[in-house]
Design a protein around this ligand. Structure first.
Ligand code: PGA
Length: 255
């Protein structure tokens, strides 16, 4: 069975105190409400990673992830953080290829392929984001576009390497807009993605790959989204900043 995963993407939000409070609340709720069989990943801004990791402690099922890493191994790259450094702080996941990084920081597909290599080389699990703009959705070429993003940045991996990757489908028109893709639209794209993975890596690996949905997911729509056969969880932005909302999303699987 592939893993069910709910990852919170805090983006550039929360002070030290706010991050500590949110994490404590989440850890307590996860434990007290006896949540099982769902992997939770908290992806705060870099300075939070270590203190959040300390608070999570050895709580089974909750992991810490970064929102980005360098494409370089190390050295004179002021302001960058390498996968190697992240791994040494106990970080286990890293979001790569988020549309905000593609758009605002001009991260292209070749750069992302190198970042994926760095993450895997240091034992981090990439949460690799893909997704189309509204313009592309309306032109009807969205599937083509999203498949191409995978091909360009992931298909150089060996099957063994690829089997460690998590995919997040995030239609750009749904991110932070309050406009979610319908569960049917998500399922359609996730099934296409799984088919694309199968064509390259075979059915077994495709069936084992977790494909998350992201874009205005909230406690009100998560049940329907996660109820679809190819939707294995979510990458949650805004709703990950409120402990009760995030935990309700985590509890939205029919287990
Ligand atoms: P959102 O963000 O849930 O606020 O739409 C999702 C994301 O960008 O990962």
């Amino acid at each position: 069975m592939r893993k069910k995963i709910v990852a919170g993407n805090w983006k550039m939000n929360l002070s030290f105190e706010e991050g500590q409070q949110l994490t404590s609340e989440l850890v307590n709720m996860y434990r007290d409400e006896a949540i099982k069989d769902v992997v939770v990943v908290l992806n705060p801004p870099f300075p939070h990673l270590y203190p959040v990791q300390r608070l999570v402690g050895d709580m089974a099922g909750i992991f810490v992830g970064a929102q980005n890493c360098s494409d370089k191994e190390g050295g004179a790259f002021t302001g960058e953080v390498s996968a190697k450094i992240l791994a040494s702080f106990g970080v286990s996941y890293v979001i790569l290829g988020h549309s905000e990084r593609r758009e605002y920081f001009k991260e292209d597909q070749t750069l992302l392929a190198t970042k994926v290599n760095q993450a895997l080389a240091h034992g981090l699990t990439p949460i690799f984001c893909c997704g189309e703009s509204l313009e592309i959705r309306e032109s009807g070429t969205h599937e083509e576009k999203v498949m191409e993003q995978l091909t360009a940045s992931l298909f150089h991996l060996t099957p063994e390497e690829f089997s460690k990757v998590v995919i997040a489908y995030e239609p750009i028109w749904a991110i932070g807009t309050g406009k979610t893709a319908s569960a049917e639209q998500a399922q359609e794209m996730h099934a296409a993605l799984r088919g694309h993975l199968a064509s390259k890596y075979g059915q077994a690996i495709a069936a084992q790959t977790s494909i998350l949905y992201g874009g205005s997911a909230n406690p009100g729509n998560a049940k329907e989204l996660f109820g679809k056969p190819d939707v294995d969880g979510g990458l949650i932005g805004g709703a990950s900043l409120k402990s009760r909302d995030f935990i309700e999303i985590v509890k939205s699987f029919e287990i």
